[in-house]
Ligand binder design. Sequence first.
Ligand SMILES: Cc1cc2nc3c(=O)[nH]c(=O)nc-3n(C[C@H](O)[C@H](O)[C@H](O)COP(=O)(O)O)c2cc1C
Length: 187
Amino acid sequence: MENTVTTSSFLKLAEKRYSARKYLDKPVDRSLVERAVEAARLAPSACNSQPWHFVIVDEPPRVRKLADATFLPLTRLNKFVTHAPVIAAVVAEPPNASAAVGGYVKKKPYYLMDIGMAVEHFCLQAAEDNLGTCIIGWFNERKVKGFLNVPGSKSIPLLITLGYPEPGSAPVKHRRDLESILSYNSY
Ligand SMILES: Cc1cc2nc3c(=O)[nH]c(=O)nc-3n(C[C@H](O)[C@H](O)[C@H](O)COP(=O)(O)O)c2cc1C
């Protein structure tokens, strides 16, 4: 397997991406933000529903205000978000009829899977551009929606922080062994 990792440029990129929780105080050019959103735009989705909208917050006072809605009081959880130069909020848009019916019949929230994939495309493109990201699932959605003027009927499954990571701040990747997550022909 080691050989495959070192010779695959995609695997190198997947290895390079990590959840960045320390950022340099350096703005991110909007052209790079747009490349990440472009990568998200190209993600697959159930019935090609593309049920997402990206709200980019890059004005420092607004980032700080938005970050306030991600802290868990009395803990360190998401304290770092306030130092991110950019936060992307991913709004779930209504899926198209086929995806909605399919999701209902199969009892699978396809739109959340779609959004997960688009978010990872975003993060991988950012990594390719030497930017750091962290997907944020813990936040006060009501507050975020109000702050970003998102209609009450819509949801925000995830936020993503974005910025230049502090050099040397990448954590060691902990992952289950390949053997424990892979089997052929039978579980
Ligand atoms: C759906 C989702 C929600 C997450 N929410 C948070 C979060 O609220 N705060 C945080 O610091 N990291 C969050 N993470 C990041 C994970 O902790 C991280 O991806 C995981 O520990 C693996 O580490 P790595 O991304 O550095 O490889 C989230 C990741 C995902 C996919």
